[in-house]
Design a protein. Structure first.
Length: 46
């Protein structure tokens, strides 16, 4: 398998160095949407 395909397969079950890179990318990429969603819930945690 090529490196790109190996990297893309990490979305399923992240593990190893490529998995860490994938998870970090997902966390930073989805942060704004996650924050918006938590604010929309308005459950008084913050």
């Amino acid at each position: 398998m090529g490196l790109f395909k190996d990297f893309c397969n990490q979305t399923r079950k992240p593990e190893g160095l490529l998995g860490k890179l994938m998870v970090n990318g997902m966390n930073s990429g989805h942060a704004k949407l996650a924050d918006w969603g938590m604010e929309a819930l308005n459950i008084g945690i913050r």
